[in-house]
Write a protein that binds this ligand. Structure first.
Ligand code: ZN
Length: 70
């Protein structure tokens, strides 16, 4: 397991931050957790809707959140 991976606790909501990104375990796309405009991964398992201020994830078990190394 990548040591930069966060333990995603869904009961507390999804972690967001300028230094946090999500990685879809299905297609492998990485998405910023605070994008400027709405984004989705290639397979649309992970959708970040900026206008609605929410993160929509179809399969939570396939989501990884990690701290971007600076
Ligand atoms: Zn995907």
């Amino acid at each position: 397991m990548d040591r930069n991976c966060l333990n995603v606790d869904l009961s507390k909501g999804y972690p967001v931050g300028s230094d946090i990104e999500y990685e879809c375990g299905v297609c492998g796309d990485a998405l910023a957790s605070m994008p400027v405009c709405s984004v989705a991964c290639k397979c649309r398992n992970v959708i970040i809707d900026v206008d609605a201020g929410r993160v929509a994830i179809k399969d939570n078990s396939k989501l990884k959140a990690r701290v971007i190394a600076t």
